[in-house]
Every structure is written in C-alpha cells, then in structure tokens.
Design a protein around this ligand. Structure first.
Ligand code: 5AD
Ligand code: SF4
Length: 468
C-alpha cells in the first residue's frame, strides 16, 4: 500500500514540476512514507530523519532548500511527536490527505522556518470527509508490466494488536467504476498484471453503477474482462471475509492467480480470541479446504505473530500444528510488538524478548522449510513468468510465477530490453529458499518473437518514486 501511495504522491506532485530522483542528495523535496505497524518500523523513521538532516543542511549551505516531509501512518499516529523530536521536518501529513499535497507544499513555503536550518513544522493529519481518490490525478509515469490498484482502505476489524484501524481509519471501498477505469487505463499503458490492494481487501463492498454493491469476487470478474490484463491478484485478506463469490472466482477466473495471502496470525483458539480475530483455527482450516477444492494448486501465504501477550508453549505449539496442517508456499512472521493505543499493548502478560525470539526462530525454521520444499517442487516444471525488470546480475530478468515466486531468468543481453514486460514460459532449473531460476523454453536470442507476448513500448521498472 505504501508503494502505491508513494506512486500516487509522485502523480500529485508532477504538475508542480517535481519528478522522482534516485538520491536525496540535492533533492528539492524528500518524502519519507512511513509504516507504524511494528515499533521497529516506526523507530526507523527517526534514524532516517537524522540521516536526512545532513542532506538538508548540505542543500542549505549551497543556497538551496530541501523540503523534508513525513507521510504515512507514523505521521498519522505521531505527528506532533515527530515535529518535537525532529525539528528539521517541514511537513507532516497522513495517508488520507496526500491529495492535498500541492496546497500543503504552498502552505509550507509560506510558513517561516522555525529556526535557522530548521523545519517549518506544518501538520495535516485530518481524516477528511471527502475521499482522496476523488481528487487524485491520472498516473504521470509509465507503469511497468505489473501494477497496484488500491480498491479498499482502512479497517473495522480492530484486531487487538493492530494500529491500522487507528492510522488508516474506517473501512472504505472505492466505487467499482473508478477501479475499472483505472485498470483499463493501466492495461492500455501495457500493464498485464494488477494487484488489488486494501488493508482488508476482501471486505470490499464498492458502490456499483447499477445502484447495488459489488463484492471483491464480483469486481474480479469485471476486471477479468479487460483486454490486455492477463493476471489478477489481491492482498491482504481476512479469513472472515472469504465469501462464496470470492472462492468461486478462484475456481472459475483463469486470470486470478493461484496464490493467496490469507493471514491467520496464530493457531491457538485462545490467542485468536484474545486477538479479537473472531474465527477459530478450525474455521481457518475449513476456509483453506474450500479454497483448495476451488483451486487445487493454490499456493498459500500467511502472517503470524509470536509472543502475543499470554501466549503459552501450548498455544505456540498449536501455531506450529496449524502450519503443518496447511503447508505454506511462503509466509511472514513477526514478534509481537506492543503498539500504543491498542488493547493488547496494556495486557499485563507481556512475554520476554528471549521467549519471542526463540519462538520466532522455531516458526521461521518450519516456514522456511515449507517454502524451500514448495520451491523445490517447481524444479523441472515450465511456468509462465511475467518478466518485470532486470535482475542484479547481467543477462538476467526477474519476474513472478503464478504462485508469486520471484523467478530469475537468464536471457541474452541483446534481448533484455525486448523481453522486459513479456509473459513467457520458463523452464525452472533451480530452487532457492526465496526464489527460482530458469531459462526460457524457446530461443529468445534470435528473431523468434512468437514465444513472448510483445513487450510494451514504455517500460520502466517501478523503483523509488520520490527520493529515499
Ligand atoms: N506486532 C507484530 N506484528 C504485527 N502485525 C500487525 N500488528 C502487529 C504487532 N503489533 C503483523 C500482522 C499483520 C501484518 C501486516 O503485521 O501479522 O497481518
Ligand atoms: Fe489490522 Fe488486519 Fe486486523 Fe484490520 S484485519 S485490525 S488491518 S490485522
């Protein structure tokens, strides 16, 4: 979501003459787009602001000025604190007000510096009544082969550990027509794969043109009809919102990729209840079973939290048991991090760092082994890979398999540009814990273009949009 938001901030700023640069050195503006989900992410903002102060001073010494802005959920949650701890900051704004960037930049320019070399301290962390989506301009930069489209924001679930309902606000779904229009525009610009985004994306209930409300499953069906789009994905989902229409879409919509990130957080019913997840481990397993019936090759991913307040050895063992029962293609796991303002943060039974670290290592070992096994099972197979960008090594492109695995593909240097953005069949030759490697199954070095769909003309990999 933050990557999407950063891209949209660049779109809002483009008419003012700003364009993305690779380094903060010499930039006219630096926006840190921040994440508040765990303490580590939030603390990183302050160390980064220290580093950026040097660039701001350097710019001032040259007689120029660098506007230093903090955006995103840390800005939303800790706006005043940022201005107090980091007086070099000029502007702080939350995730729901970045459509106002032109006026915020003008307001910041009018505000005097609070002290020499210091910031201007402008703050906008409103939750405006109007949706930012009604005010965002069209995309300013050519997209790559894969793009994000935000369809839903905020969350009403209030899991007891999570800051999202407070930082992103109440659940909101964009009207279906606006999503379809954005998707058609992206497809016309050469995008083949769209990932629908939302903090709780399968709670989507967008207003439809017929006056009704569309679920995510219904929206996916409409998106699948767009010519040029070949792949659809969505993230992140809550098990309780996995409705019949969405499960049916997995069975029937070929463009919907066989990969699903469906966080469960814990395998213990006691902990799930304390987390206010409102489902049991058995409920989750039943949903997984229905999904696999709909799409037998579905690759599953999840989020896990270890060391939630009160988690016993037996609770943790239940999490390992659930992981063994499901068998994940990949997953993310975290130590519980108390977040200010959330109910779990004030629970007395907080666990020690040592216990959290030990459990995380145990869980990651199991998840790592499952991911390695999943990847190893792909060796020898021919998989369609959407080649998104050059790899780190020369003569290499990187793309995604249907199952979301990163695939490094060796192609002749002369064909690199032509094949960037192409969807092609790759013979998988090697598996690593987090990626695969392979080669195209047809000769791509010569004139044979039939193997790949034509690469769109304007292809730049989406890298950092606004500096830093
Ligand atoms: N501590 C640790 N992990 C958290 N997550 C959300 N809040 C916390 C927290 N307080 C994790 C959840 C969520 C993912 C995005 O981040 O697993 O699904
Ligand atoms: Fe946070 Fe996801 Fe729970 Fe919403 S459903 S409160 S975003 S963990």
């Amino acid at each position: 979501m933050n990557v999407y938001d950063s891209t949209r901030m660049a779109d809002v700023l483009a008419p003012l003459g700003y364009e993305a640069v690779a380094s903060p050195r010499g930039a006219d503006m630096v926006i840190l787009n921040t994440c508040h989900i765990r303490e580590k992410a939030a603390e990183k903002v302050f160390s980064e602001l220290g580093r950026l102060r040097a660039f701001k001073q350097e710019r001032a010494a040259e007689g120029g000025e660098m506007l230093l802005a903090v955006a995103g959920c840390v800005a939303q949650a800790e706006g005043e604190e940022i201005l107090r701890r980091a007086p070099q900051v000029d502007l702080v704004f939350g995730p729901q007000t970045y459509h106002r960037l032109p006026e915020l930049v003008a307001k910041t320019a009018r505000a005097g510096a609070r002290h020499e070399g210091g910031g201007r301290g402008v703050l906008d962390i409103d939750f405006p009544a109007e949706s930012k989506f009604d005010h965002l301009p069209e995309e300013s930069a050519a997209p790559g082969a894969a793009a994000f489209v935000s369809v839903q924001e905020g969350c009403d679930k209030f899991c007891s550990f999570c800051v999202v309902p407070y930082t992103r606000g109440a659940e909101y779904s964009r009207p279906a027509a606006a999503v379809l229009e954005e998707a058609r525009r992206l497809a016309a610009a050469g995008v083949q794969e769209i990932t629908l985004l939302g903090q709780n994306v399968n709670a989507y209930h967008g207003e439809a043109e017929d006056g009704g409300t569309w679920s995510l499953g219904r929206l996916i069906r409409a998106l699948a009809e767009i010519d040029g789009l070949t792949r659809l994905r969505y993230t992140t989902s809550h098990p309780l919102d996995m409705d019949d229409e969405l499960i049916a879409a997995h069975a029937e919509e070929e463009k919907l990729m066989p990969y699903l990130h469906l966080p469960v957080q814990s395998g213990s019913d006691r902990i799930l209840a304390a987390m206010n997840r409102r489902h049991s481990a058995a409920d989750y397993l039943r949903i997984v079973e229905r999904l696999r019936k709909a799409r037998p090759d579905l690759a599953l991913s999840s989020d896990f939290i270890v060391g939630f307040p009160g988690e016993s050895d037996a609770d943790f063992a239940d999490t390992l048991k659930l992981v063994n029962e499901v068998g994940y293609a990949q997953a993310y796991s975290f130590k519980y991090s108390p977040r200010p303002g959330t109910p779990a943060a004030v629970e007395e039974a907080q666990l020690s760092e040592a216990v959290k670290a030990e459990r995380l290592a145990g869980l990651q070992q199991l998840l790592g082994a499952q991911a390695t096994a999943f990847n190893a099972a792909c060796v020898g197979r021919d998989l369609p890979v959407l080649l998104e960008r050059p790899g780190r090594k020369p003569g290499q492109l990187v793309g995604r398999s249907p199952y979301m695995q990163a695939v490094h593909v060796a192609v002749p240097e002369v064909a690199l540009q032509r094949l960037t953005g192409a969807l092609m069949t790759v013979h998988v030759e090697a598996a690593h814990p987090n990626s695969l490697a392979g080669r195209p199954i047809v000769d791509v070095g010569g004139v044979d273009e039939s193997a790949a769909s034509p690469a769109p003309t304007a292809l730049t990999a989406p890298t950092a949009r606004i500096t830093a």
